[in-house]
Write a new protein. Sequence first.
Lengths: 186, 192
Amino acid sequence: MGERRSQLLDAGLELVAAQGMGGLTHEAVDATAHAPAGSTEEWFPTREALIEGVTQRCIAREMEMATGPGPEIEASPEGIATALGAFVLRALGDDRVVTLARYALQAEAARTPALRAFYAIGADEVDTWALDVVRRAGARHPERDFGIIANYSTGLVFHELALPTPEFDPVERLRVLIDILGWSTP
Amino acid sequence: MSAVTDRRTVLLDAALELVGTEGMRGLTHRAVDAAAAVPAGSTSNYFRTRDALILGIVERFIARERAMATGPHDEVDPSPDGVATAFGRFAHRALGPDRAVTLARYAILVETAQNPGLREGMASGADQVDRWTLDVITRAGSQHPERDLGVLANYVTGLVLHELALPSPDLDAAARIRALIDTLGWESPSTP
């Protein structure tokens, strides 16, 4: 059951990435997911419910992009540089769809304040988890450093998406950034 | 500014606004004519193709983004505080009065990701901004200007993107950027 739901939402993400929010309709999701007509409406009765579901799926996939299949990453500077570097590469490569969908969803949230609540719930969860990892990795100012790393990674993906750097090495870039922040081994 | 450049700028500002509010799908030569309240066909006269129009918009938003950072005198005080103030001013304007520029920028970057033909025009604009910023942060005391430019530019882009979707109450962007600059170990240039 959960699997069908995820399939529908992944199809929704693909549509948003390729066509923007305008491409996200219940019928289009059915067709893209090769599901019987009406399936999407059964799971997500309203457009709002569908956008909420797609937003949550986007956040879940981004989390998976950073951690790999397991929920843990090593709480050390190297562990965080490796995990976030892998995230950046996937965001630009295999999971480009998630990245493009995210920009469309965020732009929509910027225009429609009512949608922000969905983003806020997911964002809080990710923030709490990430803050803990950063603290355990030796950050002396976890809030500040998490903000710096998160914004940096977002900007990095954004710039590389449009203007790719040859031989791009995000793990090295993140290592340099973490080095600047002066973490000490706990 | 001559009448010709002025008309061109008016068209490009209208196009920016259009892309910001409606996304790339809203961008047609006719829609720009209508938004700028100019005779039908004006936009086609200046920009023959859709790609030419998009490259015109890229050029225009680079100019507008620079104005957003520098304010009326096109100057930044080359000091850690001056750089933090400029980037902070940029972030507030990007989230507030110049929101359309920001949303247009995202739409065009996504378009560039899908249409590599636009990259060349985008890259030369980005180079221009980078050279100018490198000069300012070097004079402000950066010991690793290339590295620090990457850190600051990515940070500010990420900050604006996050704040656009999820605004922090009472955001003080300049203070956040100042805190980041503090980690970069800038030294005041030796004064003669």
